[in-house]
Design a binder for this molecule. Structure first.
Ligand code: SF4
Ligand code: SF4
Length: 109
C-alpha cells in the first residue's frame, strides 16, 4: 500500500474491503427496505427475546456491513418473530421479513 504519511481511521459503519456486495444485493432483492435502516436501535430496545438473551437486529445490520455475518446470524438466533420491533421502527421496515431474509441469505455458505 502507498504510504501517504497519514493513516485513515477505518469506518465503523462499513468495511468496504470485506463487505460481500453480492449477498447484500440478494438481501436487498428480498427486502429492499434494508437500505433505509438507519441503525437507530429502536428495534433492539423493545426486543422481546433481547430481555433474556443477546438479540439485536441493529447489531446484525452492523455485522453484515463489517463482514461478520456469523455474528449477525448469532444476534438473530433467538428471535421469536413476534413482530414487536416492526411496530416501533421509525422507517417502517418489515423487520420480521428482514430477519427471515437475513437468516436465509447468510445461512447459505
Ligand atoms: S428500528 Fe428500524 S431503522 Fe432502527 S435499527 Fe431497527 S430496523 Fe433499523
Ligand atoms: S421479532 Fe425478533 S428481533 Fe423483533 S422484537 Fe420480536 S424477538 Fe425481537
Amino acid at each position: 500500500m502507498v504510504d501517504f504519511g497519514f493513516t485513515l481511521v477505518p469506518s465503523s459503519r462499513i468495511n468496504l474491503d470485506l463487505f460481500d456486495k453480492e449477498k447484500y444485493e440478494e438481501l436487498v432483492s428480498m427486502e429492499p427496505d434494508v437500505r433505509i435502516c438507519m441503525a437507530c436501535g429502536s428495534c433492539t430496545a423493545v426486543c422481546t427475546a433481547g430481555k433474556f438473551v443477546h438479540t439485536s437486529l441493529r447489531e446484525a445490520m452492523e455485522d453484515i456491513f463489517n463482514a461478520k455475518t456469523d455474528n449477525a446470524l448469532e444476534s438473530l438466533r433467538a428471535c421469536q418473530l413476534c413482530g414487536k420491533c416492526a411496530m416501533v421502527c421509525p422507517r417502517g421496515i418489515n423487520t420480521r421479513h428482514l430477519i427471515m431474509s437475513i437468516t436465509k441469505v447468510y445461512s447459505k455458505k
